[in-house]
Design a protein around this ligand. Structure first.
Ligand code: PLP
Length: 449
């Protein structure tokens, strides 16, 4: 890695002068100037290298600069950079085929978008038109994107500043055994009671008014919450009984993250619509989409679908998806992610929990894990309060800063440290990151009772 402080300062100065950043108070941020990235690492202009335990926004599932994907984008750029969605384009057709072959059940038609929020917007549009109903139900502790409907569906604090009174969205509690809303004492009780709660909510909303239920198959940013056995099958059954469309949001969980092509595969549940983005091409070019069941596709066989995007199925994005999916298949990356979870990350994090009283719970699968940090294991009081800011959030901010000083880029949300490296990280890379976590967790332990 070369050092070029002057270049880094110029990049930073132009950023501070002209780039308006997501989710931030513009005057209070200090973005790191990135000089380059490869595989599981990136580096700055000062010669600091970071092991990326965040996969950026949990999207670089095949790591940075995968040579096969870079080459595919370059080749496509030389052939055909862009073309309108109304045409049949070779890489678009091929990307749709490769995705449809992997999605569960009869989700065989693909509507392409630029990212996850637009995928959810269009899934909701399809569900409303297919059912002729308006309401959509989603869980607290969820994230579905930052466009109007997607943020209204979101069940974390990012929704609050965005509520415009968009009607027709109803929130309910999903299962989360560690902090049960249902006073459940085990996973089976949590499952049964969460399903009863959902069914009661539907009854009081009026089943004939509910178009769709949208769930993250495994909840991502809001906690890495793995559904208990039977929950998704139970939701599927409720949807079937009331004619409600089941949308699974696999924007974060899909394409290898959980050690399966789709998280739904773990529970053999088939939704009516499945949304994806992120891992479909590791974000090398913006891409998302909706995989559509036969019945919903049929609704729009003779009747126009009233939605579209200039860049739906963009050739550069589709070429990168084709190369990504092929590379993942050729290199066994999905199986590798499962293996990493079972043999390195899971056991490694449980070992950390043996040594660090601040770890309240370890949960995850594949390369999708969370350490839930607490002040007190007995009461489960979180290390920082829900949605803490400023001094109240300091213990987690200190932890993140300590990781960065040691060359580890963490993913921190509220009182949780997520361990979400690329799916093709090596065992040695993961162990390097876990060793750093072992050192910094002493800071969290100091806040325990
Ligand atoms: N759904 C889930 C589960 C996500 O994690 C995200 C992004 O983090 C989105 C939707 C929104 O995707 P995008 O930011 O590409 O619009």
């Amino acid at each position: 890695i070369s050092v070029d402080s002057a270049a880094g300062q110029a990049v930073k100065a132009a950023d501070r002068a002209h780039v308006f950043h997501s989710w931030s108070a513009q005057a209070l941020i200090d973005p790191l100037a990135v000089a380059g990235a490869e595989g599981s690492y990136f580096w700055d202009y000062e010669g600091n290298r970071f092991l990326d335990f965040s996969s950026q926004l949990v999207n670089t599932n095949i790591g940075h600069q995968h040579p096969k994907v870079v080459a595919a984008i370059q080749e496509q750029a030389g052939k055909l950079c862009t073309f309108a969605p109304a045409f049949a384009v070779d890489v678009r057709s091929e990307a749709a085929r490769l995705i449809a072959e992997r999605t569960p059940g009869d989700l065989d038609k693909i509507f392409f978008t630029n990212g996850g929020a637009e995928a959810n917007e269009n899934a909701i549009r399809m569900a409303r038109l297919h059912t002729g109903r308006q309401k959509v139900m989603s869980t607290y502790r969820s994230y579905h994107g930052a466009t109007a409907n997607a943020i209204a569906l979101t069940g974390d604090p990012r929704r609050w500043a965005n509520e415009t009174g968009v009607s027709g969205i109803v929130h309910f509690w999903g299962p989360y055994a560690y902090r049960s809303q249902f006073h459940a004492e085990n996973e089976a009780q949590e499952c049964e009671r969460a399903l009863a709660h959902l069914e009661a909510t539907i009854a009081f909303e009026g089943p004939q008014t509910v178009a769709a239920i949208i769930l993250e198959t495994v909840v991502g940013t809001a906690g890495i919450l793995i559904p208990p056995a039977g929950y998704l099958a139970g939701v599927r059954e409720i949807c079937d009984r009331f004619g409600i469309v089941l949308i699974l949001d696999e924007v974060m969980a899909g394409f290898g993250r959980t050690g399966a092509w789709f998280a739904a595969d773990h529970w053999e549940v088939v939704p009516d619509l499945l949304t994806f983005a992120k891992g479909v091409n590791s974000g090398y070019v913006p891409l998302g989409g909706v995989a559509i069941s036969g019945a919903i596709a049929e609704t729009f066989a003779e009747r126009p679908f009233p939605g579209g995007l200039t860049y739906s199925g963009h050739p550069l994005a589709c070429a990168s998806a084709v190369a990504t999916i092929n590379a993942m298949a050729e290199e066994g990356i999905v199986e590798h992610a499962r293996h990493l979870g079972e043999t390195v990350i899971g056991p490694g994090l449980r070992e950390l929990a043996d040594r660090h009283p601040s770890i309240g719970e370890v949960r995850g699968l594949g390369v999708f894990w969370a350490l839930e940090l607490v002040k007190d294991r007995a009461t489960r009081e979180p290390l920082t309060p829900y949605n803490a800011a400023g001094p109240a959030a300091a213990p987690m901010a200190e932890l993140a800063a300590a990781c960065k000083r040691r060359g580890l880029w963490p993913f921190v949300n509220m009182n949780r440290l997520h361990v979400v490296p690329p799916c093709n990280s090596s065992g040695a890379e993961v162990k390097e990151g876990l060793a750093i976590l072992d050192e910094v967790l002493a800071l969290a332990d100091a806040h325990t009772v």
